[in-house]
Ligand binder design. Sequence first.
Ligand code: SAM
Length: 361
Amino acid sequence: MWSSARDVAAGDLVIIWQTRELIQPLLITPGKDLNSRFGYYRHADLVGIPYGSKVGSRNGKGFIHVLRPTPELWTMALPHRTQILYLADIAFITSWLDIKRGSSVIEAGTGSGSFSHSIARTIGSVGHLWSYEFHEARANKAREEFSLHGMADIVTLTHRNVCKDGFTVEDTVDAVFLDLPAPWDAIEHAKKALKKTSPTRICCFSPCMEQVLRTVSALNDSGFTDITMFETLLRPHEVHQLSLQPLTQAVEKLKKLEQKREDKRQHQIARSSKRKRDDLQETDADNVGGKRLRTQESGDEDVSIRDIPDAVVDPGQSANQPSPIKLSVSKVSPDVRGHTSYLTFARLVPTAPSKSVAIQE
Ligand code: SAM
């Protein structure tokens, strides 16, 4: 798949990284220009530069990075013709379907080919992917891309409705992946396509629970076992670097915080005794059974060891003091984004043929 040469050549497909949200594929065609809000670039200027280069625009408006395509970058950059699978799900499915170099795999439907690219790289030229798509224009476009990306020998793409007409191979594949609106209609066909000589696996990708329930019933009816459903959610971790302070400094700061806490406590005691005195005076002056409005006290801030400022290097620290130790810590973001779908996995274990016992006379 794709060029492994060090330098970009005319006719190469490269990935142009502009920002995390702006990543696009580009076929290097000398004579053409690339225009973006980060400036303009001549394709011809990119020929001969090493992959990974940072290139400034001709009109000084910004820069781009010119990257070698990988399945991961392709998934981030590809033109969407359908909903696609993203990397977290692709990695999980590949692992749970036990897809590896040399595996034979079926996927349906092909869609925009995001999953296909990762699988083609994993199985390599010694494996094979049979991909099925019933939307003709999508099938043709994906076939064209597979050929342009050097995957034509690894992937066989067939235009067909797999729920109605099944797959084109029997007793052949190690794994089946179904990303279809009605996967339950393809499960009996998938069973026929799976090898019968060793345990094999299937995965169905469905966005809602009703689809999962129908799929699980169909898997049970067809004799699949170990049916398990997962949901992949992305939980970002923010990584920070903290500077650990020398012990003497930390103790100094703790003492100051303790003092601050004590001052605050004394202040509160003084305030509450004053309030009691005021209340008594008010009750005497205005003791006619009315409701008394309580004013909202400001939140009582508690000072704890967590308040010690971290990552602060004392500017007065002399040059011969040991430099602070750097520590990487991660904070989990409470924001869990990206329910994509439910992943239902199952195994098909061949039943051992019954042994015939020879009876000797
Ligand atoms: N997994 C793909 C990817 O990562 O790019 C995306 C697949 S997309 C969500 C689902 C595709 O299945 C669509 O392109 C649709 O046309 C195709 N499809 C739906 N029903 C089908 C069927 N019965 N047979 C074959 N393809 C089908």
